[in-house]
Design a protein around this ligand. Structure first.
Ligand SMILES: Cc1cc2nc3c(=O)[nH]c(=O)nc-3n(C[C@H](O)[C@H](O)[C@H](O)COP(=O)(O)OP(=O)(O)OC[C@H]3O[C@@H](n4cnc5c(N)ncnc54)[C@H](O)[C@@H]3O)c2cc1C
Length: 329
């Protein structure tokens, strides 16, 4: 049985107190929301904080506001609460669909949106227990120097695997970060770096307080996830897509791929292909072909990477077909 190592636990009741504790404890401290990612990682000794700062008692982080101008979801709002929220379900069906695809109902009762947005990157070599990793010699993401996926690689290739991220970026979401220096809001897309170890651009001491999603009025969106097990599984390919039409033609679109690199990948060429076009089968096929280019899955999750690359075309086409259908409805 894998056991948690010993650690000190704090349960602050305000953001200010959480930041103060983090400043005092330094880099050996980690925030925890639902703990469905952090605690298994601690059991596998992938993350080894000496101090854990719980966020679940901070009321400000558990507020969900759904207004005409958009959504503001506190970082520690449980996924199941978002899933059940009537206004969110009506206005953001693709986001709710992505959330429903995350793990299982009990894990969604514990797991939060903030924890999902900041989910650790994943890799077949890294997602193993301590003894397994020790036996093959550790990898560069934790305790070692080599990337076992591509031993010549100078950087870690672990994969961005959070379901909510591609669709949130497609919807134009932003993240609010708090630290002793104050608060800043960044486009969610800017929160990620294509490096399996330093996969976030936020500073380690920054606390994610809120995810903001603009009004969905005039937009259609879709989320498509590829995984092995229908019941629950991390994505091995994910597509978040959103479009705004004017007079039946694409005025604005965002297509975001997940699980094909260490950061979510914007399919910019595919977006350009669609600009000003009617979402007909020809335009969809051209855009899907263009989207597959930047998808560079590696051989470090389930299924072969060549097949996953090939599936990118099909999954983007399916997501765009959802948008075309929604536009006709
Ligand atoms: C069996 C199983 C299946 C799973 N399947 C999926 C899946 O299909 N799709 C998927 O996307 N995920 C999946 N997950 C991962 C996880 O359950 C979800 O991603 C969940 O949303 C994580 O949220 P959490 O609140 O539990 O995160 P936590 O474990 O609390 O935190 C995750 C990370 O974020 C940091 N953190 C959390 N909140 C903040 C904050 N506000 N500010 C700063 N740092 C913070 C923590 O320090 C930690 O590094 C699965 C997990 C398990 C165990």
């Amino acid at each position: 049985m894998m056991r948690l190592p010993r650690f000190r636990y704090f349960a602050p009741t305000s953001v200010k107190e959480a930041l103060r504790i983090r400043a005092g404890e330094g880099p050996d401290a980690a925030f925890v929301a639902g703990g469905t990612d952090l605690y298994p990682n601690m059991k596998r000794r992938q993350q080894t904080p000496k101090t854990v700062i719980g966020l679940s008692r901070i009321a400000a982080l558990r507020r969900l506001r759904a207004r005409a101008e958009g959504l503001a979801i506190g970082a520690a709002v449980p996924l199941s609460e978002i899933e059940r929220h009537r206004r969110v379900r009506r206005a953001y069906p693709a986001l709710v669909h992505a959330i429903e695809e995350i793990s299982t109902p009990p894990l969604r009762n514990m797991g939060t949106l903030g924890g999902n947005v900041l989910l650790d990157t994943r890799c077949n070599y890294y997602d193993q227990n301590y003894e397994w990793r020790q036996a093959i010699d550790f990898c560069m993401k934790k305790d070692g120097t080599v990337c076992w996926v591509a031993p010549g690689s100078a950087k870690c290739l672990a994969v961005q695997s959070a379901d909510s991220v591609p669709i949130l970026i497609a919807l134009g979401a932003s993240a609010v970060l708090a630290s002793a220096d104050g608060e800043r809001e960044v486009p969610l897309e800017a929160l990620y770096a294509d490096d399996g170890i330093r996969y976030l651009t936020k500073r380690p001491e920054e606390l994610l307080t809120e995810i903001r999603v603009p009004s969905p009025v005039g937009r259609r969106s879709s989320y498509r996830k590829l995984r092995r097990r229908g019941a629950f599984d991390f994505p091995v390919l994910a597509v978040g897509a959103a479009v705004r039409l004017e007079n039946g033609r694409v005025a604005e679109t965002r297509i975001v791929l997940g699980a094909v690199a260490s950061a979510p990948v914007r399919a910019s060429r595919a977006e350009a292909v669609l600009n000003g076009r009617v979402l007909d089968p020809e335009a969809i096929a051209e855009a899907a072909q263009a989207a597959a280019g930047p998808a560079k899955p590696m051989d470090n999750t389930d299924f072969s990477f060549l097949w996953r690359k090939e599936m990118t075309k099909k999954w983007v086409a399916a997501a765009l077909a959802d948008l075309a259908q929604a536009a006709r409805a």
